[in-house]
Design a protein around this ligand. Structure first.
Ligand code: SAM
Length: 282
């Protein structure tokens, strides 16, 4: 019995390096759908050859997704089943597919996930930093000024931060990160995950920056950079927005009243806001 249903758009994760990291379900779906929409058909053909699959492929990438979405929806409406894959990992995660999935929902077509590898979750699972709350930032800007502004907005973030980075920019990005988050902030470099030259290293940002800058081999391949969130108890200060609010109130009101109000507004503990104002007055 076929596992494929007519009119369904399957979003299928593929490996991020090691080709054995394909799921049994992904393999079956890719063998049985009417067609596979792939970011780069030549790249995906070698994966399909490895799996012994000869389903027809066609290209859907950032530049034609809008236009292709309509014809894919029409094919789904005629009862065809289509799978979307990207070059590696989970489609839509820093990869094309968002417009297509949205269009399928709007047209009332079923969208079915076939989960598997994604570099961000793979890196998170081995990073040794907090994993209970995290924040995926994808790729930073290629422009240095914009990238630094993006990083500055994240200095108070308490969740673990996850970035994708390419070999061209990893050294420059690490230099910016050291400057903006500080030399001692904990971080993890996850390079070439699941591949032959995999590197997973947890240390301080300055150590990681020196490690990568000092070894040309460590500048090659694909990277996930993870940075520990700012811990209030570690730095003994509040995030900048809570500071701003309590200080503004503190300029107008007695310390006790200002911290009570600020606690209501920010959700922070009254005691820490109170202590911040007392510290300011010293
Ligand atoms: N859709 C993919 C996913 O689910 O992870 C991500 C696609 S994005 C265009 C490619 C980026 O993902 C790379 O530049 C790198 O930052 C990260 N990446 C992909 N494979 C990786 C690997 N094996 N090791 C480390 N990072 C990887």
């Amino acid at each position: 019995m076929s596992i494929i249903q007519p009119g369904v758009l399957y979003i299928v994760a593929t490996p991020i390096g090691n080709l054995d990291d394909i799921t049994l379900r992904a393999r079956d779906i890719l063998s049985e759908v009417d067609a596979i929409a792939a970011e780069d058909t030549r790249h995906s053909r070698s994966l399909l050859n490895h799996l012994g699959i000869n389903t027809p492929l066609f290209a859907v990438h950032d530049h034609n997704e809008e236009q292709k979405s309509q014809s894919i929806i029409e094919r789904l409406q005629r009862g065809e089943s289509i799978a979307l894959i990207s070059d590696a990992g989970t489609p839509l995660i820093s990869d094309p597919g968002y417009r297509l999935v949205r269009a399928a929902h709007q047209a009332g077509q079923q969208v079915c996930p076939i989960p598997g590898a994604s570099a961000m979750v793979t890196a998170l699972s081995v990073c040794g930093l907090a994993t209970d709350r995290f924040c995926f930032e994808g790729f930073l800007s290629a422009k240095s000024g914009t990238r630094r502004d993006q990083l500055k907005k994240l200095t108070d973030e308490s969740r673990t931060l996850i970035f994708y980075e390419s070999s061209h920019r990893v050294v420059a990005t690490l230099i910016d990160m050291v400057e903006i988050f500080g030399r001692e902030r904990e971080a993890t470099l996850a390079r070439e995950l699941t591949k032959k030259f995999e590197t997973i290293k947890q240390s301080t940002l300055s150590d990681l920056q020196e490690f990568v800058a000092g070894d040309a081999n460590q500048q090659k391949g694909e990277f996930v950079l993870l940075i520990a969130g700012e811990k209030a108890e570690q730095v003994g200060t509040l995030d900048s927005e809570s500071r701003r609010i309590v200080e503004l109130l503190g300029n107008e009101l007695p310390v006790k009243q200002a911290s009570k109000l600020a606690a209501e507004i920010t959700g922070r503990k009254k005691r820490e806001l109170y202590q911040h104002l007392l510290g300011r007055e010293k």
